[in-house]
Write a protein that binds this ligand. Structure first.
Ligand code: C2E
Ligand code: MG
Ligand code: MG
Ligand code: MG
Length: 292
């Protein structure tokens, strides 16, 4: 957008914006259709692993859209417009339903691993959400503590009372809560005093910079310490190298997720992977040197 830099005309800016919003309207209309089908919106699944034993500590569900015309789309291509539309409720229920169907399959196969679902901030403003989740858990016969809801700190800034109440109700049902992208919001520490959560997810930006930024390393170390002190699980996001895995283990981080272990994978692959991880879990499963 040239207008932002002061170079372009206002007219050029407006037509670009109009084109973008027309496209978003088209996308939302297409999403409405996609939500009526069963095969366009799919979940990619990414395990997190225990850094001592290699056992899976959970699996995160990440939405993908197999668009009939535009090809594969990721969350960054469509989540924002969905969040600002009336389709958010339908979308959230759709994702939860798919995720719980996957978790129900694991339960039948004796795979005792929780599934994590990302929730948009705005979906927490709907007071019907806890009842809907309770119904979905019952329908799929998944115990509440097998579901982890990942929320970001930015959620927390506005409309505090409603959100707090929705989260408290969910937690009283036995559903687990995780703070996603921990350390990137503005109110993380205050948030922890208001809402009891079960897990902190250390944002990938700190993991990436850990090796050459003492500040990033200190933030990871402090988050891990905070989690231990509060009796919470801590999971490092976006771990891509053995060096990062080792550094995290040295800082006392107990679990991690990232391409170094697994990329997000299709639902038909995840069961076998979890089975193998559970079978092969044992102390000191990872090499103690980066080149090992
Ligand atoms: P997030 O929850 O922080 O998820 C982590 C993101 O990092 C995912 O991107 C994942 O594919 C990616 N990732 C995992 N390991 C690595 C790694 O080692 N290196 C790198 N570079 N990336 C890694 P994705 O799937 O594109 O999702 C982006 C964001 O979209 C998520 O961030 C989450 O906030 C949101 N999102 C995903 N699925 C849903 C959903 O079903 N509903 C809502 N509301 N938001 C979702
Ligand atoms: Mg997440
Ligand atoms: Mg995250
Ligand atoms: Mg992140």
């Amino acid at each position: 957008y040239q207008a932002k830099e002061g170079g372009g005309s206002v007219a050029a800016y407006d037509s670009a914006r109009d084109a973008a919003s027309t496209d978003q309207l088209a996308l939302l209309a297409e999403l409405r259709e996609a939500l009526k089908t069963d095969d366009q919106l799919v979940l990619a699944l990414q395990p997190a692993v225990d850094l001592t034993t290699g056992a899976p500590t959970g699996v995160e569900a990440l939405i993908r859209w197999r668009h009939p015309r535009r090809g594969w789309l990721g969350p960054h291509d469509f989540i924002r417009p969905v969040e600002n539309s009336e389709q958010l409720g339908t979308f959230t229920r759709y994702v939860l339903d798919k995720a719980l169907a996957v978790a129900a399959g694991w339960a039948r196969d004796g795979l005792d691993v929780p599934i994590s679902v990302n929730l948009s901030a705005r979906s927490l403003l709907d007071p019907r959400l806890p009842t809907e989740i309770a119904d979905a858990l019952r329908r799929h016969q998944v115990p509440p503590d097998r579901l982890v809801l990942e929320i970001t700190e930015t959620v927390v800034m506005s409309e505090l009372e409603v959100i707090d109440e929705v989260l408290a109700t969910l937690r009283s049902m036995g559903v687990q809560l995780a703070v996603d992208d921990f350390g990137t919001g503005f109110s993380s520490l205050t948030f922890l005093t208001r809402i009891a959560v079960d897990e902190l997810k250390v944002d990938r930006s700190f993991v990436i910079r850990m090796a050459d930024s003492p500040e990033a390393a200190a933030i990871v170390r402090t988050t891990v310490g905070l989690a231990h002190e509060l009796g919470l699980r801590v999971v490092a996001e976006g771990v891509e190298t053995a060096e990062q895995r080792l550094a995290l283990a040295e800082l006392g981080c107990t679990a991690a997720q990232g391409y170094h272990f697994f990329k997000p994978m299709p639902a038909d692959k995840i069961g076998a992977v979890l089975g193998t991880l559970l079978d092969e879990a044992r102390p000191n499963v990872f090499p103690l040197r980066a080149d090992g």
